[in-house]
Design a protein around this ligand. Structure first.
Ligand code: SF4
Length: 213
């Protein structure tokens, strides 16, 4: 997919915001935790099953001052922030993270790892995508490796990424998550795989079962 040219963002003081909302994190290690989501626009990875395709084109989302984004986060009871996208690593996030940290908030990142790292996070969920694999630096930083499984051949992709993590990282947890539209077909294979390979955990998108954002 073609890399887009982003507007001037003043080193991350402005960011293209798709939406922000207070909800329950539905996936991975922090599933079930109340969290304020910040979804940034722009992604050049192009997963066919992406559930936020509307976020791909950053031109649709005029840059917003991070002071406004943070003010909305601190206005609710949230203790945790999830920064997601789109692909949030398309932007310099140091300024946003510093400002959130100033309010004592813990920050979780959801990323494909396909663009250079920035920011400071309490938890990094690396979700590698075949179309644009992670940069090496993300394997050492990941607290959680979450691989979306659409078909049985994705187990091989998952293992390849797990091997890359294990070379440089002892703390990382491993999750396999059924692609939502293939849930019925692929879930039995994921369950059997995790029973045979208990170093993996199953992650399901609980927010979709709860019908919340
Ligand atoms: S990396 Fe994420 S936002 Fe980008 S296309 Fe894939 S699933 Fe969608």
């Amino acid at each position: 997919m073609e890399k887009r040219v982003y507007p001037s963002l003043e080193g991350g003081r402005l960011l293209p915001l798709v939406e922000s909302f207070y909800t329950i994190q539905g996936e991975g290690f922090h599933s079930g935790k109340a969290a304020f989501f910040i979804r940034l626009g722009g992604c050049d990875v192009g997963c066919s099953w992406c559930d936020s395709k509307e976020s791909w084109n950053p031109d649709r989302f005029p840059p917003v001052e991070i002071e406004k984004i943070v003010a909305d986060a601190v206005a609710c009871e949230a203790k945790s922030i999830v920064i997601t996208g789109g692909e949030p690593m398309n932007y310099p996030l140091d300024k946003l993270c510093l400002m959130l940290k100033g309010y004592g908030l813990e920050i979780f990142l959801e990323t494909s790892g396909s663009s250079p790292f920035s920011g400071c996070f309490d938890w990094i969920c690396l979700s590698p995508k075949r179309k644009k694999p992670p940069l090496e630096e993300f394997y050492a930083k990941a607290d959680e490796l979450k691989v979306i499984v659409e078909e049985p051949s994705d187990f091989e992709w998952a293992e390849k990424n797990r091997e890359a993590v294990l070379k440089v990282n002892e703390k990382c947890l491993f999750y396999l998550q059924p692609e939502w539209s293939r849930m019925k077909q692929i879930s039995p294979a994921i369950v059997e795989y995790v029973k045979k390979h208990p170093e993996w955990n199953v992650s399901v998108q609980a927010h979709k079962f709860l019908r919340i954002p």
